[in-house]
Structures are given as structure tokens and as C-alpha cells.
Design a protein around this ligand. Sequence first.
Ligand code: HEC
Ligand code: HEC
Length: 442
Amino acid sequence: MKRWNLLAVIFCLTVFVIASTAGMNHHGGGGTGGSTGGNPSATEAPTGFTTPTLADNPGSLSVSNGLAEAAGDTFAEDQATFEEAEGVDKGLGPLYNARSCADCHQSPVTGGISQVSEFRVGHVDHSGHFVSPSITINDGQNTVPNRSLVNDRAVCPEAQERAPHSEFVRTFRMSLNVLGDGFVEAIDDATLQAIAAAQPKLSGGKISGEFISVPLLEAPGQTRGGRFGWKNQQASLLSFAADAYLNEQGITTRLLSTDTTTVCKDPNIPDPEDHPDAIGMADIDHFAAFMRGTNAPPVDSFLMATPDAQAGQQIFNSIGCATCHVPSITTAPVGTVINGGTFVVPDVLGDKIIHPYSDFLLHDVGTGDGIVQNGPSDTAAKLRTAPLWGLRTHDRLMHDGLSGTREQAISRHGGEASDARRNFQGLSSTQRAQLLTFLDSL
Ligand code: HEC
Ligand code: HEC
């Protein structure tokens, strides 16, 4: 009886949540004055796993979301560049994690997710602030300064990084899906700020997503709302592409032109190692074009149409999961200038309704890994709400990949998500099964 009362209260609250979220998405507002993508004629973003990975001729069977290509470029070429395995002749390393973007962003198609994890470490200073380590390599003769990432591979044994024991903050980070990220890039900052502003009211003051502004590599001196990476450490796909090319593959670019070490670096390959091709595009430009051209991850439409999944979706909304895992967001209007004036939202990405099941904000749900990247010190305890679109395409869950089942991932939610976890634990076994069926359809 008691539980029923609780559910009734939650249900009423949720109707309010949904009503206000809908208002926010479709009619603008949110009190920040900026556009929240309020075009009433916004349409659903295209979805589909349409970038199959092929051993030969990558991209030849792929279909993009229709993004206009630069003169001389094709989507197949963009995907081929994303899949291309680099060698030392192209500047790979000296420190690196893998040889191509697709090594870690591949399942079930190029740009999807993977089981590959990375290693980050650091320590805390006397005033409690996270400090990135300086790691000595080459028998103590050289140092890789101020970097929390520890690369798992090197082109020679002298360059190999090993975490010093003094770096007691240690975590793994799972790879992320990049499919549909062009739509995420096209979300207006004001939309994310409006979602953050609404959360305390929706949760009795318990949930309050943090919006952080981070530097844009392609627009020096300018910042934008972070939305990419587990810590929202980047705001644009071009910035992330340059960050990834250097830190995952050791390849320097016009945006990040210094290698992490010169130990075993080939002196005949000067920085930046990524050069414009015959049509004037460097690899990072092709990576950004590929990611912007992908469709959003599709739901399993068969499972989603079942009564169980539908009931599960209602439960997901009513027990408070949707306060952070926001079901629908509308992108900025076509023509909006973003990324510090360097990118104009094109017609295929603007005024689109997406279903990312994320607010792209940072929260303390009790799993904070202690690492700070591009955000203020308090973000050490926080992580971005994991987007649940494409959830069914991977098994190891949470930032560290240490939750092997969906139930385990949910039961690790504490902090701001404590009420949602408690509500989940209070569900009947039928309701739980329905919720999990819904998650399996994403
Ligand atoms: C060794 C594996 C690995 C390689 C290689 C790799 N990535 Fe990633 N990628 C990751 C991991 C892990 C994350 C999450 C990083 C974090 O937030 O700590 C990530 C996150 C991203 C994101 C953010 C996605 C989102 O929605 O938040 C983008 C974009 C991205 N990678 C692009 C690239 C590009 C482009 C390349 C090739 C230059 C690349 N990655 C190469 C592992 C990899
Ligand atoms: C306060 C915000 C918040 C609420 C409420 C919340 N989550 Fe989360 N969720 C997060 C964050 C943040 C993460 C990432 C945590 C991490 O990786 O350590 C996450 C991760 C997840 C993951 C793992 C996804 C992956 O790809 O690894 C699942 C599944 C999930 N949440 C489901 C739920 C469900 C179901 C509910 C409701 C019972 C819920 N969440 C409520 C913020 C929230």
C-alpha cells in the first residue's frame, strides 16, 4: 500500500517532468534567454547503424545522414580515414593506445562503441585538489608532464609509461559511441543550461547537473559548453578529434602540435604530423566530417514496440531515471553559429529531435573517479550522464566498465541518483523486468 502511494506521487511528479521537458524542447524558454531549439517544425533525427566496417574499401556500403561534403570529399573517404591504421611513418606514437579511431569505436559499425578501456591516474594535493602526474620514462631521463592519461603502448620500450605508485587516484575509462555526435554538437548551450536549471525543481533539490565551459582548440580564447567525453572535457568534434589523434595515436595536428615525448620520435617526421591532403583536408577534418555525418543510434524497433518495453519506458520516466537520462532534446536551429564562430549548424543537423537519454551534464552519482579534466576541481567526483542510446550494443557498463549487468550498473547509482536507485529497488519483479526490457531496446 505504502509503495503504491509513493508510486502515485512519483507518477504525478513525472507528468510534470515530461510536460516541462516537452515545453522546453518544443517551445523554447528555460529562462536563459537563448534559443533552446524551439522550432515547432523540428523533425526526428535520422537513425541507423549505417556505417558497416569492412576490411577492404571502408565506407563503400555506408550511408550518411546527408551532411554536405566539402568539395572533393566523400563520406566513404571520411570513414576510411577514421578506420585507417597508422604506422610510425605517419607519426604514430611514441606513446599511443591503438592505431586507428575504429580500433576503439567500432561495434556494431564504425563509430560505435567497444570494450577497449584506457587508464588514467593522478593524486590529490594538500588542499584536496586533483593533480595530474608527471610520469618519468626512459629510466628516469625524460618526463611526460601534467597528463592523467597513461598510454598503454609505445613504439619502443624506453618510452613506455608506467603509473608511479604515488599516483593513488586510478581509474579505467571505457570507449564511447560517436554515432549521432553531430547532433549532440549541434545542441545549443542554452538548452543544456535550461535542463540543468530545471533539475532541482524536478527532484526536490537533490539533482543538479553541472554545466561546464571548456576551451575550443579551433577557436583560441573561446569556450563552449562541454558535452563530449566522460568528463565533458570537449565541446566540439574537431577539438575531440585533435585530442584523440594526439592522445590515442600520438599524432600531432595543427591544433595540438607537440608530441607527448621525443623519446624514440623519428626526427625525420616533423610536427605537425597530420597534413592537409590534395583537397586541403587534414585527417582531423575527415574525422570530424565522419562523426558529423553519422546517423543517431537506432532503437530495436521490434523490442521497443512490445508492451513490456512500453511499460518499462513509463517506469523509467516515473522513477526519476529520465531526470538525468533525458529522453528527447532538440538541436539548435539551422544556421546557428557555434564552436566559437567556426561552424554553422547545417540543415541536416539543426532543428532535429534526438533521443540520447542523457542531459550531457556532470553529476555526482557516487562513482566519481577522482580525475579532473578541463573542468573545475569539484568535477573530480562527477561524471557525464552516460547517454543510453545504443546501450544494447555493449556489455561492460559505467565509466570503468566494471559493471557487468544493467542491474549492477543501476545499483551503483548513489549520490544525486539515490532516489532513482531506491525507486528501482522498490519495483516489483515484473516492473523491474519491464524496465530492463526497455533498456535492452535502446
Ligand atoms: C584506444 C582507444 C581509442 C582510440 C584509438 C580512439 N578513441 Fe575515441 N574514445 C576512447 C575512449 C576511452 C573515450 C572516452 C574518453 C574519456 O572521456 O575519458 C573516447 C571518446 C571519444 C569521443 C567522445 C564521444 C562522446 O560522445 O562523448 C570522440 C568524439 C572520440 N573518442 C573520437 C575519436 C577519434 C576521432 C579517434 C581517432 C583519432 C579516436 N576517438 C580514437 C577510446 C579511443
Ligand atoms: C542523477 C542523475 C542520474 C539518474 C537519476 C540516473 N542516472 Fe544512470 N547514469 C548517470 C551517470 C552520471 C552515469 C555514469 C556513471 C559512471 O559511469 O560511473 C549513469 C550510467 C548509467 C548506466 C550505464 C550506461 C553505460 O553505458 O555504461 C545505466 C544503464 C543507467 N545509468 C541507467 C539508469 C537508470 C535505469 C536509472 C533510473 C533507475 C538511472 N540511470 C538514473 C546519471 C544518472
